[in-house]
Design a protein around this ligand. Structure first.
Ligand code: ZN
Length: 656
């Protein structure tokens, strides 16, 4: 249930993975090492790989569990007093399989992968032949692989996917999300090589080393790794790109160190510095980069998980060149220094394009640059991973599958409300359904969805766009935001005439949305008959799994932070959690974010109330009686299960 900390497999990386398949023969020069507990018995052993006679197929033999390597340590593992053992999300290493041995020595073609995906879909995801057929047709007509379709629709688990891909390479699967390499293991491969090969030591014993990588088809990989790990046999295992990516930061030196190197070489200083900044930003899943000139230095700050952090500094003498280069790339005027300018850059990092919106404003110390990264990681969410509790999940799911009505998410800017709608769209987007959106901006392409961009210059506003969309006979419409009377009325009308309409609305809590929409001129009886559910949300940072700790606090102490503590906690002592801070989380103790929610399900009783032009309080009181929980209460659940800290919750939500 993580948003940023443990990203789900995303479409682009799967595409990468899928493209790699069948590129080159896998190096199988190195034999698979002696049997280890984590290696699942092979199905069909290729001729050039020694068999593993004492590993019997079927259930794991007890002897295997005794090997210490079967329980690889989690890096920076919390100490004994922490919640590590009780906490459900901190899955302690089990004897569960992490490596599936080779099925064949040859790489599979995409069609073979699709064949495996089909098997998984029918056998594990229980998809009917008919649904499978429709999915294949959809994939074909949208020119995507069945794999991409399955992933986007959450039809396949990450584990199954990883194993299917590993099998197609003819090697084992390393679940790097579950079994992260230790500091010592990371140190086994020199940083430059590790970064270049996207490789981490996964297992090691006296004779052999298993290295996990997401690029196993590169024939140079094994010789290169063998040269830096002499005396042992190197074998590759496949790891998902999404698991490799966050670990690569371990191989990166601090920005300032690299700036110094670049400057000392005195060649192409500006482009290289920009390159390093953007690569770092992507590695740390940054949403915004701020480049701020001060009197003598330029400060680079990153927004990570919603908060700004300093990433590095530069001597100011290089700033003009950097600024000019950015302006040229964004097609801005380089001779303009006195007014603000906006532009866009498409940057390619590791063959992946990243769209960046750039804004430059003059300040006293020079022109300040803000870059917004429209990277996929910012929208890379599945519905199940939003952080919704089971009951809320069911309500939203039920309401979203009604043929018409309105689903509205509310919250301030940056509360993830659009992300929730995107995740909903992903599950609603089916081959036989037409989904059209009007957005500002279109930040993330969803295949099979017609996405329209608001354009002020051509008068294509939300309301204008919505008018046009309705004529195009869609089933589901997403309107980026309802912010004026005209859009509000059009949205209600669209919902009334048989469309499912999703939108965001600026309101502090769920109940407030109703009187505000009525104030905007929407007739109460129309609102009552169209509104399905209003979702209020906020984002909280999640405690870094690898460095989570816990402490006990008495109810009296707790009252300093939370005066109504007794109302929420029924025991004299309360266990709370925090992040100790480690390298992997930049010593913040947090990694990734999750949302907290407040749901206003429009039940028949609430519909009836809406007709009488109710106040926010009246709506919320009734919703309460019908079982609604506040943002704060939902957040407290996440505090008590160690997902986030009490301080973090209090930062974004008030007790209600
Ligand atoms: Zn940490």
């Amino acid at each position: 249930m993580d948003q940023g900390g443990s990203p789900q497999s995303n479409t682009s990386s799967n595409q990468v993975a899928a493209q790699q398949i069948g590129v080159a023969p896998i190096p199988t020069t190195a034999p698979i090492p002696s049997p280890q507990p984590i290696i699942r018995p092979t199905i069909a052993t290729p001729a050039n790989v020694p068999t593993t006679p004492n590993v019997a197929p079927g259930p794991k033999s007890p002897a295997l569990l005794e090997n210490p390597l079967s329980r690889p340590p989690i890096p920076h593992a919390p100490s004994a007093d922490s919640a590590a053992d009780e906490h459900p999300t901190l899955s302690s290493a089990t004897d569960d399989l992490s490596i599936l041995t080779a099925e064949s020595g040859q790489p599979a073609a995409t069609s073979q992968i699709d064949a495996r995906i089909k098997t998984i879909l029918t056998q594990k995801s229980h998809m009917s032949e008919q649904d499978l057929h429709r999915a294949e047709h959809f994939a074909l007509t949208h020119r995507i692989t069945l794999l991409d379709y399955a992933v986007s629709q959450n039809l396949i688990s990450k584990d199954d996917l990883g194993q299917a891909l590993a099998q197609s390479f003819g090697i084992g699967y390393a679940d790097l999300e579950k079994y992260q390499p230790t500091k010592q293991q990371i140190g086994r491969i020199p940083p430059e090589i590790g970064q270049q090969c996207r490789a981490f030591v996964f297992r090691e014993d006296k004779q052999s080393v298993i290295v996990a990588t997401d690029r196993p088809s590169d024939p140079a990989l094994v010789p290169q790794l063998q040269s830096v790990i002499p005396g042992k046999t190197v074998t590759l295992a496949y790891a998902m790109p999404d698991d490799i990516e966050p670990l690569l930061v371990y191989y990166r030196k601090p920005l300032v160190t690299r700036f110094t190197q670049i400057i000392s070489q005195q060649q192409r200083v500006a482009p290289e510095i920009i390159d390093e900044i953007i690569k770092d930003a992507i590695a740390y899943k940054v949403s915004d980069i701020h480049i701020e000139p001060e009197e003598t230095v330029v400060v680079i700050r990153f927004r990570i998980d919603g908060l700004l952090q300093e990433a590095g500094q530069l001597p100011k003498q290089y700033y003009d060149n950097i600024l000019n280069r950015l302006k040229v790339q964004a097609h801005m005027r380089i001779d303009e220094h006195g007014s603000s300018q906006d532009g866009a850059i498409r940057y390619v990092v590791d063959e992946q394009p990243v769209d960046i919106r750039i804004s430059i404003v003059p300040t006293l110390d020079g022109e300040k640059v803000a870059l917004r990264l429209l990277a996929e990681y910012s929208r890379n969410l599945s519905f199940k991973n939003l952080g919704l509790n089971v009951l809320d999940l069911k309500i939203i799911n039920d309401q979203a599958h009604r043929p018409f009505g309105m689903i509205i998410t509310t919250g301030p800017t940056g509360s993830g409300k659009t992300t929730t709608l995107y995740a909903l769209l992903k599950i609603l987007n089916k081959p036989d359904i037409n989904v059209t959106t009007i957005e500002d901006p279109v930040e993330y392409k969803i295949f099979g969805v017609n996405q329209i961009q608001v354009n002020a210059r051509t008068d294509l506003t939300f309301s204008q766009g919505l008018r046009t969309i309705v004529r195009q006979d869609p089933d589901i419409i997403l309107v980026g935001e309802i912010r004026d009377t005209e859009t509000a009325k059009l949205a209600v009308n669209a919902a009334l005439t048989g469309h499912l309409l999703l939108s965001t609305f600026h309101a502090n809590d769920a109940a407030t949305a109703i009187p505000r929409l009525i104030d905007m001129g929407v007739e109460p009886f129309l609102l009552a008959s169209t509104l399905n559910v209003v979702i209020a949300q906020r984002l909280v940072r999640t405690i870094h799994d690898a460095c989570r700790g816990s402490y006990e606090v008495s109810l009296d102490e707790l009252k300093f932070k939370l005066p109504a503590a007794e109302h929420y906690f029924k025991t004299p002592k309360v266990t709370l959690y925090y992040g100790r801070g480690c390298e992997a989380c930049n010593f913040t103790g947090f990694k990734g974010r999750t949302a907290i929610y407040e749901l206003l399900n429009i039940t028949p009783a609430i519909k009836e109330l809406i007709l009488h032009n109710p106040s926010t309080e009246q709506i919320w009181q009734l919703a309460r009686r019908e079982g609604a929980r506040s943002l704060f209460e939902d957040g407290l659940d996440k505090v008590q299960t160690g997902r986030t800290t009490l301080e973090e919750l209090l930062r974004v939500a008030e007790p209600k």
